[in-house]
Structures are given as C-alpha cells and as structure tokens.
Ligand binder design. Sequence first.
Ligand code: APR
Length: 320
Amino acid sequence: MARDKIALIGSGQIGGTLAHLVGLKELGDVVLFDIAEGVPQGKALDIAESSPVDGFDSKLTGANSYEAIEGARVVIVTAGVPRKPGMSRDDLLSINLKVMEQVGAGIKKYAPDAFVICITNPLDAMVWALQKASGLPAKKVVGMAGVLDSARFRYFLADEFNVSVEDVTAFVLGGHGDTMVPLVKYSTVAGIPLPDLVKMGWTSQARLDEIVDRTRNGGAEIVNLLKTGSAFYAPASSAIAMAESYLKDKKRVVPVAAHLNGEYGVKDMYVGVPVVIGDKGVERIVEIELAGKDKEAFDRSVAAVQGLVEACKKIAPDLL
Ligand code: APR
C-alpha cells in the first residue's frame, strides 16, 4: 500500500513541527509548501536527515508551487501572517483572507478529495473562507482550535490534581481563545465531573475559575513568553491528532471548528463543537442541550465569530 501524502501549506513554526510529527509518527509522506523560497525545501531536508536516527520512513519534499500537493489525502493550512504591533484585527483579517483565497484555489485544483485542517487565525473566520474558496464539501474542511484549547485545560487540571494528563478529559465549545466555552460539568478526572471534584475537596470553585481563565488566555500566555512568535508545539500536535483520526478512520470525538447548518441554532458558520472524525471527514456533529449561562456564553461566542464572518463578506463578497 502506497504511503498517504500529507500536504502542509505554510512551512513556518507550526508547519515545520507538523512535518516532524508526521515523520516521527509514520503517518505518510510530506510535502511542505510555502511562498518563501528555500524554507520548505530546507525544513524538508533537515527533517529527512533526522529519519535514519529516529528510524522512520517518510519522503519529505519542499515546494513553492501548488502542483506538488497533487493527490494529498490531508492538507493542513498554517499559511498567513501573524498579528503585528499596530495591526488591527481587520488588517489581519483582510491579509489572511487573501491568503485563504489563494490556498483554497490551490486545494481545489490539486487536492479536491483531501481532508483539510485550517489553523490560520482568526481561525473560525479563516476556516469559513477556506471552505468557500476551495469549494470542498463542508464536512471535509475543519478548523483546529478545540483540541488545543481542551489540551491546555486538561494539562492545567492534571497539574492541579497531580494526576496523569491521560485521565483528564475536557469539553469545550465555541470560538477559539477568549470566547471559548469550557463546560466543566462534562469535564472529568477518570469520569468524575469537575463539580463533583470540588465537592470532594480536590479543588475549590475559585481555583477552577482561575484555571478556566488561564485556558482562555492560553495563547496569549505563550506569546508573552516567546515575545517573537506564538505557540507551535501544542497546535501542531492537536492538528496531527485530527489528521490521524481521519487517516486511520479512528472516529475520535474531538472539538473542532465545524461547519454548522442548523445545529446549535447556527447557520452557515464555523463554530467549535464536538464532532466525530472518521474517513468521511466530519461524520457526526455532537449536539448537546445548552442552558443558562453556558447557552449565554455560547451565543456570545457565536456572535463574535459572526462579526468576523460579516467582515470577511464585506472584504470579499465574491466568496459567497
Ligand atoms: N501562501 C503560502 N504560505 C504563506 C503565504 C501564502 N500566501 N503567506 C505567508 N505564508 C507562510 C509564511 O511564509 C510562513 O512561512 O506562512 C508561514 C507562517 O508561518 P509562521 O509565521 O511561522 O506562523 P506559525 O507560527 O506557523 O503560525 C501559523 O497559525 O496559529 C496560527 O496565528 C497563527 O495564523 C498563524 C498560523
């Protein structure tokens, strides 16, 4: 059986880490793509040269033209620019929106059967634009945010309770970052919901609130430490988990930015919800009933994403 081909559009910090993980996990052959000449080629060669040491067989190549992604089973998109000082959210939106239009056209032409994972920020709007620009079925185009947000939440909880990260599960909904909605009653340690752990005296409600807050600002915490860039290890691992579920038809239940068409009362928008990922892409959207302040927080999150999508529609009316 031929190895699967995985195309990485954008060969920056996250793109390079993705390529390394694909190799280490032997998920397939890798094509790194970037507009910067030499960067994808250099990273591909560097990682390929590590393969004899780590003992993996994967063909890694770098490219500056879209032809190279032909036939990819998975495409992971990190192309774009980060927000720089003095740049407004709308400036960032219009630059990365143009990038999504180019990337979408490349995918449409050379990898129309791929499962596409978008990581470029502002995530929920960029994945929406990428789906429109590529014309791929909505169930084959998703955004990576929830796996990362819930991984941060799980890590902080495991640290708080001094237990294995493997035994902590977390449930998050909504947009990426500040408007994320963690559902503590569905988050557990070995199946015990967090509110019960508060009752059992494992932690206090105040500590739990602090952890939720830290999770929401998890991206900013890393940016403040790194100063010259944003997180890349955990975002790359999160996207790889999603790709693996597709490639191996694992049918994992994970939170992703998925296209909603009536679910949760949302129409033609990408919002973070739990889904089942298998070899058909998004095979099922898990729709739970929301009430009270969870519903309010979710609606606020949806409104924030809606604002970004409206801004995209104004900048690029042809996308619709
Ligand atoms: N086509 C292809 N690649 C592009 C394009 C384009 N039109 N425009 C920029 N790029 C490339 C850049 O040359 C760079 O190598 O995208 C890459 C982005 O890499 P980094 O700047 O290192 O960013 P990274 O940390 O990998 O994050 C990528 O993910 O989490 C988000 O906010 C983050 O939007 C950002 C994205």
